[in-house]
Design a protein around this ligand. Structure first.
Ligand code: UD1
Ligand code: UDP
Length: 366
C-alpha cells in the first residue's frame, strides 16, 4: 500500500484534473505532497485554480518557468529528482501529457518510487506534437497506468504493456466537472459580467503550439471562426491563453470583430461559459472532454484527436484549420441533439486510482 503520494504537476489542466485525486487523498487521510514544477506561473493559469478548487499551496514550487523544450524539461528533471530525494514518497502521480509530466515521469522512473500515470493510453498518433512524445514516454515508464476508457486500455495493451499495470478508471475530469458544475451555476456571475445572459454565443479556445505558433494557421482559424459566427449571427468569446496572446502580438494579428478575446477565466466561470455556450470551438484536450460531459456540441480545430470517444458518441467533430471546413462543420454541429452518453466515466475515477494504490476510500462525489 502507498503511504505517501507526491503529485508532480505544473500546468492548468493538471491542477484541475488532479484536484479531485488530491481531495480523495485528504478524505482517505492519506499523506501527500504537491510538487509544482512552475511550468505555469501566471496567476490566471496557476494560483487561481489552487484557490478556487480549495487546494493547499504546493509544498514545493520548483520555479522552472517557460523555455525551450529541452531547457524546460531538463531543469525540471534536475529539480524534481532533488525534491523526490527529500520527500521520499511511495508513489508519484503525474497527469496528462505536458513537459511537467515527462520530467516527473522520467525522474521518478530512475528511483525506487512507484509511478502512476493518470490519463494513460491517449494517442493522437502524431509525433510532431510534443504532447504525444510526453504521453508515450510517461506510459511506458509507469508502474500504474490509469486509463480513462476501455479504448485507451486497448491501446496500451497493443503497445505491449502488461494488463496488471493498467486500470480503467474513467477520467478525473468527470470528477472535477461533477464536483463543480452546480457551484458554477450558483456562484459564477460570468454571464452577466460579459453581457451574455440569454444570448446565443460560441465559446472558443485555441492555444496549441501547432495552431497558434504558425501564423498562417492561426489567421486561418480566426477567419473561419469569424465567418461561422457571422453566418449564425452570434458572438464568439475567446478566453485567451498567454501563448496565443503573445502570438497575436508577435504576428500583428487583428482579431476579427465577432471574436471577443478576454483574459483566461477561473474554473467556475469557464465551466459556466462551457455549459451555456451554444457550441464550443477548441483545440484543447480538456475542453473537448468537458463539452462532451456537459452535452454541448464541440468542433475541434485540429487534424486529429487523442479523444476519439468524443467523436464516436457524436459530441465532437474535427475541422482542422481551413476556414471553409470550420464554417461547414460548425453549421453541421449547431443543431445536433446532445443526447450522447458521456464516455469518460461516472465521476469516481479518483477513488479508483487510490484503490489501485491500496488505499481504502469511500465512493461518491460531492
Ligand atoms: C502547455 C502544454 C500543453 C497544454 C498547455 C495547457 C507542453 C509541451 N505543453 O502548453 O500541452 O495544453 O500547457 O495550458 O507542456 N506563459 C505565460 N504564463 C505562464 C505560462 C506560460 O505567459 O504561466 C507563456 C510564455 O510566453 C510561454 C508560453 O506561454 O513561453 C508557452 O508556455 P509553455 O508552458 O511552454 O506551454 P503551453 O503553451 O502553456
Ligand atoms: N480552462 C479554464 N479557463 C480558461 C480556459 C480553460 O479554467 O480560460 C480549463 C478548462 O475547463 C479545462 C482546462 O482548463 O479543464 C483545459 O486546459 P488547457 O486547454 O489549457 O489544456 P489542455 O487540456 O489542452 O492540455
Amino acid at each position: 500500500m502507498s503511504e505517501h503520494v507526491a503529485f508532480v504537476l505544473g500546468t492548468r489542466p493538471e491542477i484541475i484534473k488532479l484536484a479531485p485525486v488530491i481531495h480523495a487523498c485528504s478524505d482517505a487521510m492519506l499523506p501527500y505532497t504537491i510538487v509544482h514544477t512552475g511550468q505555469h506561473y501566471s496567476e490566471s493559469l496557476d494560483s487561481v485554480f489552487f484557490e478556487q478548487l480549495d487546494l493547499p499551496d504546493p509544498a514545493y514550487n520548483l520555479g522552472v518557468g517557460s523555455g525551450s523544450h529541452g531547457k524546460q524539461t531538463g531543469e525540471m528533471l534536475i529539480r524534481i529528482e532533488e525534491t523526490l530525494e527529500e520527500i521520499d514518497p511511495d508513489t508519484v502521480l503525474v497527469q496528462g501529457d505536458t513537459n511537467s509530466v515527462l520530467a516527473g515521469a522520467i525522474a521518478t522512473s530512475k528511483t525506487d518510487i512507484d509511478l502512476g500515470h493518470v490519463e494513460a493510453g491517449l494517442r493522437s498518433f502524431d509525433r510532431r506534437m510534443p504532447e504525444e512524445t510526453n504521453r508515450v514516454v510517461a506510459d511506458h515508464v509507469s508502474e500504474h497506468l490509469f486509463a480513462p476508457t476501455a479504448q485507451s486500455e486497448r491501446q496500451l495493451r497493443r503497445e505491449g504493456i502488461e494488463a496488471e499495470r493498467i486500470t480503467v478508471t474513467g477520467n478525473t475530469v468527470v470528477d472535477a466537472v461533477y464536483r463543480n458544475r452546480e457551484l458554477a451555476r450558483e456562484k459564477s456571475t460570468v454571464l452577466s459580467t460579459l453581457g451574455l445572459d440569454g444570448r446565443a454565443f460560441v465559446l472558443m479556445t485555441a492555444h496549441r503550439a501547432e495552431n497558434v505558433d504558425d501564423e498562417a494557421r492561426f489567421r486561418s482559424i480566426l477567419r473561419g471562426v469569424d465567418r461561422a459566427a457571422r453566418e449564425r449571427d452570434v458572438e464568439v468569446v475567446y478566453p485567451i491563453h498567454p501563448r496565443a496572446a503573445k502570438r497575436l502580438d508577435d504576428f500583428g494579428i487583428d482579431v476579427p470583430d465577432r471574436i471577443r478575446t478576454i483574459e483566461p477565466r477561473e474554473y467556475l466561470d469557464f465551466l459556466r461559459l462551457e455549459a451555456e455556450a451554444d457550441l464550443i470551438v477548441t483545440d484543447s484536450g480538456g475542453v473537448q472532454e468537458e463539452a462532451c460531459i456537459l452535452g454541448v456540441p464541440c468542433v475541434t480545430m485540429r487534424d486529429n484527436t487523442e479523444r476519439p470517444e468524443t467523436i464516436e458518441v457524436g459530441a465532437n467533430r474535427l475541422c482542422g484549420a481551413d476556414p471553409e471546413a470550420i464554417v461547414r462543420i460548425v453549421d453541421e454541429m449547431w443543431d445536433v441533439t446532445s443526447d450522447w452518453e458521456n464516455p469518460f466515466g461516472d465521476g469516481d475515477a479518483s477513488e479508483r486510482i487510490l484503490e489501485t494504490l491500496g488505499v481504502s476510500v469511500e465512493r461518491g462525489v460531492a
